[in-house]
Ligand binder design. Structure first.
Ligand code: SAM
Length: 245
């Protein structure tokens, strides 16, 4: 059973266990119910049957999903999907799954993926944390990407940041040994938080050889948003951690 309650502008979802105990879940997002454009709606209709995966409390089988065996790259919160689609286009030898809660973003991504006639891309419209829990088999992912996650600027909201010790541990189990967790952010305080959490997380190695951050990898497409940031002199921090055990 669950209910949504509003407290000082935040959305908190309260759930009750069978014996009536209240469990309050902190989520990394607030659902913005934006409307889909006509194009996004059409893309949902046309492309969801081949590229969309519905949430279910059942583990996915990648071979069944992509009809082949290839390295799987999972992206959390792809926004409108521009860089996600670009990456899938540039790496046809890999399979991509993107998870985003914002439905217009999912529609936009399906539109671009349909135009590019991609066969190695799938999307889900759901909370990635729940998808990990219920649907991603242990030790099955080559890469997890988290690009420009909501920074939750205010200190009292930092608990909403998706990168937390429990999240790092859950994600570690889903990566193959040697698999990579790649994060990027343009908010320095969040970059520091990511490093603090990930350096303390057991079973990971920071792949950076000079300090905590790596140079922007060539395979991460430069989005309009990031290019604008560069022009304005904003920094971007990339981090890659490998699962060691
Ligand atoms: C700041 S945007 C960045 C989007 C994109 N990665 C980019 O670089 O343009 C963060 C995105 O993460 C999504 N998001 C946040 N928490 C999420 C979660 N738990 N599961 C899925 N998507 C999530 C939000 O809806 C939002 O679109």
């Amino acid at each position: 059973m669950s209910e949504v309650s509003k407290t000082s502008g935040d959305v908190t979802v309260s759930e009750f266990t069978e014996d009536g105990k209240l469990v309050r879940k902190i989520r990394s997002f607030v659902r913005r119910e934006g409307r889909l454009t006509k194009g996004q709606e059409m893309a949902m209709e046309n492309n969801w049957p081949t590229m969309g995966i519905d949430f279910a409390q059942q583990m996915l089988d990648w071979k069944e999903v992509y009809h082949r065996e290839a390295p799987v790259v999972l992206e959390i919160g792809f926004g409108m999907g521009a860089s996600f689609v670009e990456m899938a286009k540039n790496a046809p030898e890999k399979d991509f799954i993107g998870i985003e809660v914002h439905s217009p973003g999912v529609g936009a991504c399906l539109m671009a993926a349909g135009d590019a006639e991609l066969t190695n891309l799938r999307v889900m419209c759901h909370d990635a944390v729940e998808v990990f829990d219920y649907m991603i088999p242990d030790g099955s992912l080559d890469t997890v990407q988290l690009f420009f996650p909501d920074p939750w600027h205010k200190a009292r909201h930092h608990k909403r940041r998706i990168v937390q010790p429990e999240f790092a541990e859950m994600l570690r189990k889903k990566l193959k040994i040697g698999g990579i967790f790649h994060m990027a952010t343009d908010w320095e305080n969040y970059a520091e938080h990511m490093v603090e959490v990930m350096n303390a997380a057991p079973g990971y190695r920071n792949t950076a050889t000079d300090g905590d951050y790596i140079a922007r990898p060539e395979d991460r497409p430069l989005t309009k948003f990031e290019a604008r940031g560069h022009r304005l002199g904003h920094g971007v921090w990339d981090m890659k951690y490998a699962r060691t055990e």
